[in-house]
Design a binder for this molecule. Structure first.
Ligand SMILES: [Zn+2]
Length: 214
């Protein structure tokens, strides 16, 4: 993905004089006007936040002057002179991002509880994402990702069909899993391997079984 970022220095003028006083540069009495300087940073343009906010009162003619106390000056303003989109969108994105991560944890938790139940009470047709290497005495490699299918549950054991192929990459797409469910003959061997139901949880803990799909 292409990610763009950047920043922009902003100077904002206020049109009500702040005070009258002597300007050392002009060597004359001048009116001093407030200005605001800040930098808007953005990522992908819409994630925006502000830094380096400072107010000055500057001479109307030579534009030199002193920095103002931010807190005191802002109290004289009705609302923030910085557009809300610049001030808030970064924060909003952070909050949304945090909410998304939170939701992902909750869904993951629910899914894990669901998987525990499915492992404790297996049914014919359940699909296990496995690391085949952990089922073999002498695996060709340590990463052999594949699917296994429960063809029957009997006498406290699951009868599972083993896969015809495996991949070195972890993770299956929903369509691959769907095909394994609906056309098991294209994906699995017919002979069955027997695993006691009580062993399934241990296999899950050891990451031999990675996911359960029903
Ligand atoms: Zn001046």
């Amino acid at each position: 993905m292409f990610i763009s970022w950047g920043h922009e220095n902003v100077v904002k003028n206020f049109f009500k004089p702040h005070h009258k006083g002597h300007c050392a540069k002009c060597e004359a009495e001048r009116e001093f006007y407030p200005i605001l300087r800040y930098t808007v940073h953005n990522i992908l343009f819409f994630i925006r936040w502000v830094s380096g906010k400072s107010y000055y009162a500057i001479c109307d003619i030579c534009r030199r002057g002193d920095r103002l106390n931010t807190k005191e000056f802002e109290q004289t303003l009705g609302k923030s002179p910085i557009p809300a989109v610049d001030r808030l969108s970064g924060g909003i994105v952070l909050v949304l991002f945090a909410a998304l991560i939170g939701a992902a944890f909750v869904f993951d938790g629910i899914h894990n509880v669901q998987e525990e139940v499915w492992l404790a009470q297996p049914q014919a047709g359940d699909i296990y994402e496995i690391n085949l290497a952990k089922f073999l005495d002498k695996p060709e490699t340590s990463s052999m990702y594949a699917l296994m299918r429960v063809s029957a549950v009997e006498n406290g054991e699951v009868v599972v069909q083993t896969p015809l192929t495996y991949s070195n990459k972890m993770g299956f797409t929903p369509s691959q899993i769907e095909r394994a469910k609906t056309r098991p003959d294209t994906y699995f061997r017919n002979e069955g391997l027997r695993i006691p139901v009580v062993e399934l949880k241990k296999l899950r803990r050891e990451s031999a079984i990675l996911n359960v799909e029903r």
